[in-house]
Design a protein around this ligand. Structure first.
Ligand code: AMP
Ligand code: GLY
Length: 425
């Protein structure tokens, strides 16, 4: 079968690498893809904002399945767009419906969903421009630190944690009254701060049943020891030692099962990945957020540990036969270290020549923000996160040592990375 994969980051390179190994695959197309994905298929220069453009390519290239990497097309309703068009409605889209993607697209929707289904999460209230003074009163009733969340999608930047009440009141007003995040902060969720260690859990569901993929831990801060501003993710590790059988049983009973039952009982169609961002508070899991897709850079650690034929699993999602599948997991540890541009996550440098990317023997190098120079064909940086280097090892130390050894062979001007991935495990 012919598959079209949407997206252009490290997550999509890892998915393209895995999909290309399937005997069920005839041809893989990636839109827009990157120089890394072009080794596993044909990159198509499509805009993910134009569903009509995607439809034209789906018909022209005889695509049999569409796999959606990032959240935007899902929140904008690509799944529903396909279902509504007789010419393409038979082509499965791996990724949830617009309503289901609201679990990521609206923090307020997600919170209300969790409340309806008694899924453990931080206590919260939602406010709008009309209820600013109630919001300020609510902030005063909480203890520091204060967690403010823009309701809508804000490119991963919509959560602000404030140490003092003064800062919290000012940010709250910036978000609602000065539209700090545009329409995304027309509503703001204020929630209780939870203290603990975070974990990413991934489910693949056909809307009736589900499989739990290997869990991962993401390192979001730019600085060593988890300091400084948040990034898209500086590295990841899978498995996560504290997520033992007992903890994962709690996750399944208290979070995954009620999430699935909630979706089914509310008639919300979900075919795709659910990413549950969790925090363990004294050994009890709480939901920090839902995402309607896989995580990045978690995918770069999770997918290399997956022993299954991913295309077979996607077919099972499409035909609602996931119940008959079993996840096969490589017991080795996967560790991913992200190489980023100088200045990231602030204003960063671009178009720096990358060398040694092909010398990383024994590791997988996934492209995140790379491009080919239009004149010379040289591989150059084109994003804040540039390359993800993943290695497998018998222990986390072994996997990390391999990744760091190979990183020393890869170079670009201003190359930055965290030297302490996995430090807290
Ligand atoms: P999100 O964009 O929802 O992933 O949130 C970004 C980060 O903010 C999370 O990864 C957590 O580190 C932190 N965070 C979000 N909600 C809370 C909370 N209720 N308590 C503590 N930390 C939180
Ligand atoms: N690594 C976190 C995310 O993909 O949202």
């Amino acid at each position: 079968m012919n598959i079209l994969l949407l997206g252009s980051g490290g997550r999509e390179h890892a998915l393209a690498w895995k999909i290309s190994q399937s005997p069920l695959l005839t041809k893989l197309y990636i839109a827009p893809g990157n120089p890394g994905t072009s080794k596993f298929g044909i990159n198509l220069p499509l805009s993910l904002a134009s569903f009509d453009g995607i439809k034209q390519s789906v018909l022209a290239y005889h695509i049999d399945m569409v796999v959606v990497g990032p959240e935007d097309p899902l929140v904008n309703g690509i799944h529903d767009y396909f279902l509504a068009d007789p010419a393409i409605r038979h082509i499965p889209v791996i990724g949830p419906s617009k309503k289901a993607a609201m679990l990521e697209g609206s923090k307020d929707f997600a919170k209300q969903f969790m409340n309806r289904h008694a899924i453990p999460t931080a206590k919260h209230r939602t406010f709008s421009k009309q209820t600013v003074s109630e919001g300020v009163d609510f902030l005063h009733s909480l203890k520091a630190p204060y967690v403010l969340k823009a309701d809508g999608l804000a490119a991963g930047k919509g959560v602000i944690i404030c140490k003092t009440i003064g800062e919290a009141v000012e940010e709250f007003s910036n978000m609602l009254q000065d539209s700090k995040f545009g329409a995304a902060s027309d509503k703001v969720v204020i929630e209780e701060f939870l203290s603990g260690i975070e974990l990413s859990v991934f489910i693949l569901t056909d809307g009736k049943s589900y499989l739990v993929l290997p869990e991962a831990k993401d390192y979001k801060k730019i600085g060593e020891g988890d300091t400084g501003p948040n990034t898209g993710g500086m590295g990841s590790v899978s498995p996560v030692p504290f997520a033992d059988e007992q903890f994962m049983q709690k996750v399944e009973q208290r979070i995954i099962v009620p999430t699935m039952q909630g979706l089914i009982s509310e008639g919300i169609e979900y075919k795709g990945f659910i990413f549950v961002g969790l925090i363990s508070v004294h050994g009890d899991p709480y939901v920090i957020e839902y995402n309607c897709r896989l995580g990045d850079p978690e995918t770069e650690s999770v997918i290399p540990r997956l022993g299954n034929d991913l295309v077979q699993l996607f077919n099972a999602v499409a035909h609602q036969t996931i119940q008959a599948e079993t996840i096969v997991v490589d017991p080795r540890v996967a560790a991913t270290v992200m190489l980023v541009s100088k200045g990231y996550p602030g204003v960063y440098e671009k178009a720096k020549a990358i060398t040694g990317e092909d010398l990383a023997a024994g590791s997988l190098v996934f492209h995140a923000g790379t491009a080919l120079d239009a004149e010379t064909g040289q591989l150059v940086s084109s994003g804040g996160r540039v390359l993800a280097v993943t290695s497998l090892g018998a222990t986390m130390e072994e996997a990390l040592a391999k990744s760091y050894q190979n990183i020393s062979k890869i170079d670009f001007d201003g190359k930055n990375f965290r030297h302490d991935i996995g430090f807290d495990l």
